[in-house]
Design a binder for this molecule. Structure first.
Ligand code: BGC
Length: 774
């Protein structure tokens, strides 16, 4: 009888869209057998041809779950007794990663929109835009049958070589956290869940499942955890994905300090925590730590949990707690609400959102003598393999099965630019021949191999220069999950590329013609040694399926660039503080090698630079950079004036006026940096505390903007007293157009205080204490 009432209640609650109360959840959980509960905390596994569960081989091949939604990364178990359907989990940060083909629908395709990569979205510095893009993900996911999006990914871009930096937002946690919150609010406004990942300090790919990250609690709190904290507090994501790595000796998925004490007790996180795919080693420890759901799930994990429940090693109270966190969110999903996906999201509308977002994330790095924009019908000699084979995004779980890709070449032609036909056909032939020499990938996770650029003699360049008005060269890079990037030919340009850039520049300049470089890249590269050869440089990132059209929008002046760098471009890789330790050291270099690239070997990465990540390092130690954090040009200029501060006991509002004083309509990103007074602990010279993007300002138009921060956000973490503290003294608030160009400032005295007292957490092992003393 009770079961029937519960079932009736469940369907009524779902129909009424009502939030399930805690008491009701407890009643529902009471109806579940131990086994049924265990099946709620362990996913259904992945159907991977060639890998049996008994073998020690990895089972994770992203995107091959053939169950409810083909190509989704995972599913939950159904429970017939209580009418729980399976919920579906699908990647990822650049679009809904599912298979475009379903056997039962031979006449229909399920291609997803490839949106710009995470780094491009954050380059917009536009939280509203992130929300709009997130909402498009939400609608598309819902219509394709997805309940939880496995995105966004907001790990800190600690080092340029990080293989997954393209998925991540920034080197700064405030920018990353705010963009994440916007995106999550967008996704969840459409009724599916967002999963913020990878919690936490998953900043390199080498040996990723065996890596021990050694990092001070201060750096964790101020840098690596900060973005997650902002995202949790400002958007309450339905779930959080723990990361593969250990922190100070403990797997994140097995760390009660991280998953319960910080995430839940300190930040009031309400959703559930899932592992990364096959992350961590000890299912019982994960349960206890508060890693509610094990994904994609294996029978072995269910067995260990059942065994531990029987022998008293795991209490049912803990299991009930985890089940409750999971079910509370499951009840909100389309599957639980019996929503029937149409399989037909509005791909035309999403195409437009993708194109606009792509353009808004593009950053104009150089524009000598107003080289850009170009008049339509300009004759262009378009060089570069990636002008034709333009890269939409990175590889691995961040990849998207898209219906089409607009290359730079197509985009410029669509916008009525006249491309040199000889150069175009030479490239097509060259690429065809070179691609035939590249062996096909054996496994999906292998990095794409790009065709190395064509060598052009100076003589042929001279003829081309005679026939065209300008030259454009697109330089491309790819990277992806499972591997970090390399220095030669990746961070640094190849000799071919350098020679080509120099030669095009010299030949075209000799004829008084301009040379433009487009950077179709997923992460930071070296720019200092060659940037003077170009009259204009446009950093487009990998901007999704509409990359070519969005580039044409900027190059033609249809859209005025307004992106700013979410990451510093250093003079050299050695100048980056983390390069000293990236990507960590193998503990036993003579130990056994993994027989599968998915497995790593035990390794350790020491975050010796502590809080000095990105601009915090370059700025505090006066190290010159090629392009600073927050930098980006516009076709117009902006004037900043009238700074004012309004402060109550907690909140601080910085106001100023921004006026478009140039000859193009445009948007500006105003950035708020704060310099704190000297205290007992050293601090970065200044830190980003907020930002605002203006509306599109017409020529001559002004906008009064307000950037909000709070007194508590100005604090630092003191690991001796385990507390967030504020030093007494003068705080300087700078409003600026990049991290080096301060436009206005105002000084405010603040009283010192202890902001929040916490417990000692995160294994204060000797190595860390040493780090903290530095
Ligand atoms: C990645 C996650 C992804 C998961 C499921 C893992 O390999 O690290 O980001 O969500 O696979 O595809």
């Amino acid at each position: 009888m009770k079961k029937i009432i519960i079932c009736l209640f469940i369907s009524l609650a779902i129909q009424l869209n009502a939030q399930i109360t805690d008491d009701k959840l407890n009643e529902i959980i009471e109806q579940l057998s131990i086994e049924e509960k265990v099946y709620l905390v362990v996913g259904t596994g992945m159907n991977i041809p060639g890998f049996s569960e008994e073998s020690n081989a990895p089972q994770a091949i992203v995107g091959t779950t053939q169950d409810k939604i083909p190509g989704a990364a995972g599913t939950s178990y159904t429970n017939k007794k209580l009418g729980f359907p399976a919920v579906v989990f699908a990647d990822g940060p650049a679009g809904i990663r599912i298979s475009p083909i379903r056997e039962e629908y031979p006449n229909q395709t399920f291609y997803a929109t490839a949106f710009p990569i995470g780094t491009s979205i954050s380059s917009s510095w536009n939280v509203e835009l992130a929300k709009e893009v997130g909402a498009a993900f939400g609608r598309e996911g819902k219509e394709y049958g997805v309940d939880f999006l496995l995105a966004p990914a907001l790990n800190i871009q600690r080092n340029p070589l990080g293989g997954r930096n393209f998925e991540y937002y920034s080197e700064d946690p405030v920018l990353g956290g705010k963009i994440t919150a916007g995106f999550v609010n967008g996704v969840q406004s459409e009724g599916i869940g967002a999963t913020i990942k990878h919690f936490v300090a998953n900043n390199s790919e080498t040996n990723r499942t065996e890596l021990n990250t050694v990092v001070s609690e201060r750096a964790l709190r101020e840098i690596y955890l900060k973005g997650f904290e902002i995202a949790v507090k400002e958007s309450q994501p339905w779930s959080v994905m723990s990361s593969y790595n250990k922190i100070n000796g403990v797997y994140t998925s097995e760390s009660e300090d991280l998953l319960t004490k910080i995430l839940r007790d300190e930040w009031n996180f309400n959703g559930f925590v899932m592992t990364d795919w096959f992350g961590g080693k000890d299912a019982v420890a994960q349960m206890k730590a508060g890693n509610d759901l094990l994904m994609p799930g294996s029978n072995q994990q269910s067995k260990s949990i059942l065994e531990a429940l029987k022998n008293g090693d795991l209490s049912e109270v803990v299991l009930n707690r985890n089940v409750k966190y999971i079910l509370r969110q499951y009840f909100k999903t389309p599957s639980f609400k019996k929503y029937v996906p149409t399989g037909k999201p509005d791909l035309e509308a999403h195409k437009i959102i993708s194109r606009n977002a792509a353009a808004e994330g593009m950053i104009l790095l150089n524009n000598d003598n107003n080289t850009l924009p170009l008049k339509r019908e300009t004759k262009i000699a378009l060089f570069g393999v990636t002008s034709v084979e333009t890269i939409a995004g990175g590889t691995g779980s961040g990849d998207v099965n898209k219906a089409y890709m607009i290359s730079v070449n197509e985009g410029l032609k669509n916008a009525n630019f006249i491309l040199d036909k000889v150069v175009e056909s030479d490239y097509e032939l060259f690429i065809k021949e070179e691609k035939a020499k590249i062996p096909p990938k054996k496994m999906f996770f292998e990095k794409d191999v790009l065709v190395q650029d064509k060598v052009w003699s100076k003589e042929s360049l001279k003829v081309i220069a005679d026939n065209n008005d300008v030259a454009i060269f697109t330089l491309g890079r790819t990277s992806g999950e499972f591997q970090d990037r390399v220095v030669d030919g990746d961070f640094n340009l190849t000799m071919n590329e350098l020679v080509l850039i120099k030669n095009i520049s010299e030949v075209f300049h000799a004829k008084n013609k301009k040379f433009i470089v487009i950077l179709n890249i997923g992460g930071v590269i070296e720019t200092q040694s060659w940037k003077h050869y170009a009259d204009a440089i446009l950093l487009t990132w990998q901007a999704g399926q509409e990359t070519g059209n969005a580039i044409a929008d900027i190059i033609s002046g249809k859209i005025n660039p307004s992106g700013k760098l979410p990451v510093t471009f250093p003079m050299s890789l050695e100048n980056v503080a983390s390069s000293k330790n990236f990507p960590g050291k193998v503990i036993d270099p003579n130990g056994p090698k993994p027989n599968n690239p998915l497995f790593g070997v035990p390794a350790e990465e020491i975050y010796e630079e502590g809080i000095y990540v990105g601009y915090r390092y370059f700025d505090s130690f006066d190290i010159d950079v090629s392009y600073p954090f927050g930098y980006g040009l516009s076709y117009t200029n902006f004037e900043y004036s009238n700074i004012n501060i309004i402060k109550n006991s907690d909140e601080i509002f910085i106001e100023c006026t921004i006026k478009n004083i140039g000859n193009f309509n445009g948007k500006e990103v105003a950035q708020l940096y704060v310099k704190s007074p000297k205290g007992n602990l050293e601090k970065p010279k200044k830190e980003l505390k907020g930002f605002v993007k203006t509306k599109l300002l017409n020529i001559g138009e002004s906008q009064k903007i307000t950037i909000k921060t709070s007194v508590n956000d100005l604090g630092y973490y003191d690991t001796v007293s385990n507390s967030w503290k504020l030093d007494e003294g003068n705080y300087i608030f700078y409003v600026s157009s990049n991290s080096e160009l301060m436009k206005l400032h105002i000084t405010v005295p603040l009283k010192g205080k202890i902001i929040e007292k916490n417990k000692k957490l995160l294994s204060p092992i000797d190595q860390i204490q040493e780090l903290e003393k530095k």
